[in-house]
Write a new protein. Structure first.
Length: 167
């Protein structure tokens, strides 16, 4: 019984899929292009740059200071007494730890903010895609594909809708 039922079920599914596929309206959007070209993404990038600019400058300054201490230590290590050399090495190590800690915190904070900004952009993009899908009566819109025929590519339409909504 199972041997007869399985092939019949497969044939029935193929017939149903064949009759439905003629009526299915499919679209595709290139998510990476949307994120590169959407005005919301550019605004988010500028906001993040402005927000983290001061801390980035502080890290750059600390990096230069660390490099200067290292160069000073290398140049004068032969002429310094043992205690002076240890003090300079301790100063260098403390400065290096401080730099690495601040650098790690900076990266963590930046990643967190980038994720927050991206989540907001994705939410907006998905609303626009859903709105276009409903308005144009799409059955399915793919955001990732190995290949998509340019005639079903809705990326430019999505980017234009995002630009219009950003005004």
């Amino acid at each position: 019984m199972k041997k007869v039922f399985a092939p019949l079920l497969a044939v029935a599914c193929m017939l149903i899929a064949g009759s439905v596929s003629a009526e299915v309206k499919i679209g595709f959007v290139n998510s990476q292009r949307i994120l590169n070209d959407a005005p919301q993404a550019a605004k988010a990038k500028k906001r993040l740059e402005k927000e983290f600019e001061k801390r980035d400058q502080e890290l750059l300054k600390l990096s230069k200071q660390l490099q200067a201490v290292q160069e000073s230590l290398e140049k004068s290590s032969a002429t310094l007494s043992e205690s002076e050399r240890r003090n300079k090495e301790r100063e260098f190590n403390e400065l290096n730890r401080d730099f690495l800690r601040k650098q790690r915190e900076f990266k963590e904070d930046l990643n967190l903010r980038q994720n927050e900004e991206m989540a907001a952009i994705y939410e907006r993009v998905n609303k626009v895609i859903k709105g276009i899908a409903e308005a144009d009566k799409y059955d399915i819109i793919f955001q990732e594909a190995v290949y998509a025929n340019p005639r079903i590519d809705l990326t430019d339409k999505i980017i234009k809708a995002l630009a219009d909504s950003a005004k």
